[in-house]
Design a protein around this ligand. Sequence first.
Ligand SMILES: [Ca+2]
Ligand SMILES: [Ca+2]
Length: 273
Amino acid sequence: MRTFKNTPHHMIRLIGLFCFGWIISLQTFSQSIQRDVIGSAGMVTTYGNYTLSFTVGEPAINTLNYSGYKIHQGFQHGSKQMNIPMYLICYLQGAYSPSLHAMNPMLLNQGMSSDATVVDTITLALHAATPPYAVVTSKQVLLPITGVLNTTMLTLPGNYYLVIKHRNTVETWSSLPYQFTGSPILIDFSYQAQTVYGSNQEEVEPGVWAFYSGDINQDGATDAFDFGLLEPDITNAASGYVTTDLNGDGIVDAFDYLVLDPNIVSGVTAIKP
Ligand SMILES: [Ca+2]
Ligand SMILES: [Ca+2]
């Protein structure tokens, strides 16, 4: 009978202990998680080419090292981005020198850099393959005078047009969307006009094609408005970091006019899907 009478109390104590321990363990668990919870702004951490991102209030667990993949934790499951290698060859018409088979070091000539191996900053953008062809991601890179550019783009897998922009170049789109699956993207825009959308390139020496120069005001066309900006700079012999220096030699003169004029006459504009 004593056993029978005490058992409920014993069980109650056991249950109480269990509950207390459970609460303690919950608190301990909560505290241990709390230490790893990130702040209200979220967080991104990188390891080599790999990136992990964390949403607000999410435990930060850096565990994955998946080849080329960006792994999202918890609330962002299902989303993965890849840092995809890209190897491009492209030239800017005005800056291209047929005698050098390369481009002028525009930034160096304009007093903005001491690096004779680069032309200028260009923007690479990935646009959706379907209307309205929205921009997905973009980055700025320095274009080497050789036109050979090794870089990467961080993006979700998918099909994208590659769009190249430069401060006095006509915006140029790839002829087709490229499939970004994780494998390196190799595009030589220079070997024929058709590599870009609408074959919108100029042959700057036999067998070498370049993106049209002369869109000084970046409105998508080469026309009188660009000449309206160029002409006073020629008159004033402008120099330095100016967008009217189309050939990138550091000064604005008749040679820049010789780049722009034929493009205006031909009605060169950006051609995009
Ligand atoms: Ca323009
Ligand atoms: Ca010039």
